[in-house]
Design a protein around this ligand. Structure first.
Ligand code: HEM
Length: 115
């Protein structure tokens, strides 16, 4: 069954545009991953500073495989690499992984959840 993994990223005020640019630059990077069903980057419009990366996967195993793969590491640099000075510093100050499952609804999103 489809699983939904949400990365909730805290972004300081004024840095959202840069985050969106970085995602746009890497948007296709995960497309070929087995079991990947899509992702959406959601920007807050109610004054919060938490952006959401909502990703959908065929099952837990597919997400686990990606998140422990070199492909994931490539797009997500380690703390050490960041402090190395060469790479631009991360935009985020904090992030949290949330796990969800489809539990009902209507419209396109619910349809996708059934597949
Ligand atoms: C639920 C799955 C995901 C997890 C757990 C995750 C994890 C993280 C974490 C911990 C950060 C903040 C640390 C950092 O700035 O490097 C981050 C930022 C980022 N992630 Fe992900 N991520 C996920 C999905 C994705 C996807 C699908 C993409 C696009 C292919 C992506 C691309 C990025 C980019 C571009 C940043 C900004 C890095 C920067 O500030 O330079 N992430 N992610």
């Amino acid at each position: 069954m489809t699983v939904i993994k949400i990365n909730a990223i805290t972004v300081p005020e004024g840095s959202g545009d840069e985050l969106a640019r970085r995602f746009a630059a890497r948007a296709g990077a995960v497309d070929d991953q087995d079991g990947f069903e899509g992702f959406e980057l959601l920007a807050p419009t109610d004054g919060r500073n938490v952006w959401l990366v909502v990703t959908r996967w065929r099952d837990e195993a597919a997400f686990e495989a990606w998140s422990t793969s070199p492909a994931f590491g490539h797009g997500h640099r380690s703390q050490q690499e960041r402090s190395g000075g060469e790479a631009p510093p991360p935009v985020s100050t904090q992030s949290e992984l949330w796990s969800y499952r489809p539990a009902g609804g209507s419209g396109d999103a619910a349809g996708a959840a059934d597949s």
